[in-house]
Design a binder for this molecule. Structure first.
Ligand code: PMP
Length: 438
């Protein structure tokens, strides 16, 4: 594939934009370096680069693009919002409607507040939890990524792991010292941490289904244990559902009874949301129990604000996106495609003598080049990044766009079809064959 124009733009970009990218996870550093692909336009499950090459998209912009690119209903909503003015700095009626729809889908949300990104959403849940408990420490799980605010950029998965940044420069030790990290799926680790720091712990923060070192499911009983043990210690529970909300079904992990029949009774105190709820425009939201949320200004002493928060275009796009997702059959279709894709990838790898573990859930999967299951961060690290990089390059040459990191998930959209899955599996077979032949 000729990507001369991307290469040229990358040269230019590096002169003006640090690293040539506006988010490190967009760089190709983890997959052998060189110019990332500069995209020009996108429609449905496909995007086209500046050289005119077409790619089937499994990046979905790292999750938000669940209804495919430029979905007519989402686009129309954005255009209409823009025509009425993009920002007022006043409340609007539509943001009440989006809040109402989120509350309806996620019963643990008594009250919500919109912000502009997942980072802001998680950052604020921590502030609110500290305000509500009068405590300072946070327990998180190794490899879980919660955005780039100071407190959570410790043992964070996804981008930081990909680039090998341990605890990020620029974060004072005094802040990192407020964060305790324990392995995901390890209740004993959490127990030990709480025995030592329980009385100082404001909250236990978790991605209830991990999306940042592949897709990793909680083991049966893990989330129940997290919630029970946190509460026994007087700490709050924060679910980071920035990726998971509306990804696997119309709701969040806390309402995902297909996978967690026993979870209904367990509700986090606070939930962070983002990505899909903005239909592809910038958004974040956090919410939770009334008494906890009433810590937030103007009702309470915990301050959080935002010039752009609840902007009419993001809210309109979010409403349109959720509308599409409420249509019958949307999630079962994505789930069926994901299941077939996961099984096909596994078979194709096996046929070519390549060890591959595929984790999957409706609408998302992850590929781990290893011969063991991946249930925590250590296991996700213990996989062949070199092999992933070769697979990534082979797939790219065949017009299949994966996230450029072994830790990132593949995301499907409502626009992916059976024919797309066939084409992907054909490309995967050829890619594995090419890798095995070398
Ligand atoms: N939490 C999780 C679970 C995420 O995956 C991400 C982003 N990948 C964030 C928070 C941060 O969201 P944003 O990039 O919108 O700031």
């Amino acid at each position: 594939m000729n990507r001369a124009e991307s290469a040229k733009l990358y040269e230019e970009a590096q002169r003006h934009i640090v690293g040539g990218v506006n988010s490190p996870s967009r760089s190709f550093k983890a997959v052998g370096g060189g110019a990332p692909v500069f995209m020009k336009r996108a429609k449905g499950a496909y995007f086209w680069d500046v050289d005119g090459n077409r790619y089937l998209d499994y990046l979905a912009a790292f999750g938000p693009i669940i209804t495919g690119h430029a979905h007519p209903r989402v686009t129309e909503a954005i255009v209409e919002a823009a025509q009425n003015g993009t920002l007022y700095g006043t409340p609007t009626e539509n943001e009440i409607e989006l809040a109402r729809q989120l509350k309806e889908a996620v019963p643990s949300l008594d009250k919500v507040r919109f912000v502009n990104s997942g980072t802001e959403a998680v950052m604020t849940t921590i502030r609110v939890a500290r305000a509500a408990t009068g405590r300072t420490k946070i327990i998180k799980f190794a490899g879980c990524y919660h955005g780039h605010s100071d407190l959570v950029l410790v043992a964070a998965g996804s981008g930081p792991s990909t680039l090998g940044i341990p605890d990020s420069a620029g974060i004072p030790g005094s802040i990192a010292g407020e964060v305790i990290t324990v392995p995901f799926n390890d209740l004993n680790g959490l127990k030990l941490a709480l025995e030592r720091w329980g009385p100082e712990t404001a909250a236990v923060l978790v991605e209830p289904i991990v999306g940042n070192f592949g897709m990793v499911m909680p083991k049966p009983g893990f989330l129940e244990g997290v919630c029970r043990m946190a509460r026994e210690a007087g700490a709050l529970v924060i679910y980071d559902e920035v990726i998971t909300a509306f990804r696997f079904h119309y709701g969040t992990t806390q309402t995902y009874s297909a996978a967690f029949p026993d979870l209904a009774a367990i509700e986090p105190d606070l939930t962070a949301l983002g990505k899909i709820i903005g239909g592809g425009l910038p958004i974040g939201a956090y919410g939770g129990r009334r008494e906890v949320m009433e810590q937030v200004a103007p009702l309470g002493p915990a301050y959080q604000a935002g010039t752009m928060a609840g902007n009419p275009a993001s809210v309109a796009a979010g409403l349109a996106c959720l509308g599409v997702l409420r249509e019958p059959g949307v999630y079962p279709r994505m789930e069926a495609l994901t299941t077939r894709l996961a099984a096909g990838l596994q078979t194709a790898a096996g046929r070519n003598g390549i060890s591959l573990t595929v984790n999957r859930i409706a609408g998302a999967l992850s590929t781990h080049f290893c011969d063991h299951p991946v249930t925590d961060y250590a296991e996700a690290q213990d996989t062949d990044g070199e092999l992933f990089a070769r697979f990534f390059r082979e797939m790219l040459e065949r017009g299949i766009y994966l996230a450029p990191s072994k830790y990132e998930a593949w995301f499907l959209t409502t626009e992916h079809t059976d024919a797309d899955i066939d084409a992907t599996l054909e490309a995967a077979e050829a890619s594995f064959r090419a890798i095995a032949a070398r």
